[in-house]
Design a protein around this ligand. Structure first.
Ligand code: AHG
Ligand code: MN
Ligand code: MN
Length: 342
């Protein structure tokens, strides 16, 4: 029988990579794995469990809240709170940070930022959805976690990852030493190492963007889309267009196959749609660890210093050559500041 390595075994084995580690990060990752299994169970019976549809509430981003958004949010907050390794949590579903207040959390070293349910619009139609997480060492010295603990650039992430509830459920994460993917084997209830040391192709042949917004895209992005659609034997164009509408699922496919995911500024979302702290940064950390690139269009995502918790950013992420091509076209076609001001 082939040797199976579970997420738990892998985490313990890798703990030695971190000098002076007392196992807190390992416990945090295990807690996330447990919440992921609970959410997986619910996602898989969503059609019969009365958890499809909307709660009737609108979240702080002005979006309709789905029941599964709330369920996933509660599960992750609960798992991270009981573990005692995390002193505060930031979530897409909560306007303010959540202070974890129990006897052990004041001494906790870490804060966790979350998109508990990514791709909400796909829940009711049985299409892949996900969870995204990002872990930082707190900058405050003691006591309750603070907002400032979360306003660190993505370069400071200690770990980041996502769970994809797809045709199978996977957890993919990095602690800055490569990217590893685990597939949930529901028969034993364990995530098993299935994708060790993931690397993304340097060149890709897939572009993923909501092309319905084309008229509202910056000129450089329009030029990139046209570039992808041109015929050129040497670069194997035209490329394929693939767009699921769950960032986790689009990102995961492109990570494996090679490609670029783009969410630029649009007139409806002049700062971009995706959230820097719990969507862009974790995926950026993973893609860089897998040999790819993540950009705002002009700058490395991981170097952006956040000024607010739910800040948005344009995102261009994936195979290095493709991200660089978009950056070049954006630079070439951007309106110089002086001209734009006229
Ligand atoms: P969320 O469900 O967490 O709000 O995120 C949805 C995001 C992301 O997953 C996806 O890539 C993007 O929104 C899709 O947006 P469009 O529908 O505008 O293409
Ligand atoms: Mn999301
Ligand atoms: Mn979400």
């Amino acid at each position: 029988m082939a040797q199976v390595k579970t997420l738990g075994e892998f985490i313990v084995e890798k703990q030695a990579d971190f000098q002076y580690s007392k196992g807190e990060l390992s416990r945090l990752l295990s807690d996330i794995g447990i919440a992921a299994k609970i959410v997986h169970r619910e996602v898989n019976k969503a059609g019969i469990a009365d958890i499809l549809g909307e709660t009737g509430d609108v979240n702080i981003q002005g979006e309709n809240v789905k029941k599964l958004d709330v369920y996933a949010n509660n599960q992750f907050i609960a798992a991270l709170s009981v573990g005692g390794e995390c002193c505060a949590i930031a979530s897409e579903e909560n306007e303010e940070i959540i202070i974890v207040d129990n006897s052990v959390s004041a001494a906790a070293k870490y804060v966790v930022a979350l998109d508990p349910l990514d791709g909400s619009s796909n829940i009711d139609v049985n299409v892949s959805i996900g969870t995204i997480f990002s872990i930082y060492r707190r900058t405050s010295l003691s006591g309750p976690g603070t907002l400032e603990d979360f306003l660190q650039p993505g370069t400071e992430q200690v770990a980041a990852g996502y769970i994809l509830y797809g045709s199978s459920t996977m957890m993919v994460y990095t602690t800055g030493k490569g990217v590893n993917g685990f597939t949930l084997d529901p028969s034993i209830g364990e995530f098993c190492l299935s994708h060790p040391n993931m690397q993304t192709p340097k060149k890709g042949k897939i572009y993923s963007i909501n092309e319905g917004n084309y008229v509202h895209f910056p000129e450089g992005v329009k030029k990139f889309i046209k570039y992808c659609q041109e015929e050129d034997a040497a670069t194997e164009r035209p490329y394929s267009s693939r767009y699921i509408g769950s960032a986790v699922a689009d990102f995961h496919r492109n990570l494996i196959k090679g490609g670029v995911f783009l969410y630029p500024t649009t007139s409806a979302s002049p700062k971009g749609k995706l959230r820097l702290i719990y969507e862009c940064n974790p995926m950026a950390f993973i893609i860089e660890q897998a040999g790819g690139k993540a950009s705002t269009g002009s700058k490395r995502i991981l170097e952006v210093v956040p000024t607010s918790l739910h800040q948005r950013s344009p995102l261009f992420i994936g195979s290095k050559d493709m991200v660089e091509k978009v950056e070049d076209l954006i630079a070439k076609h951007s309106i110089p500041a002086a001209k734009a001001a006229k």
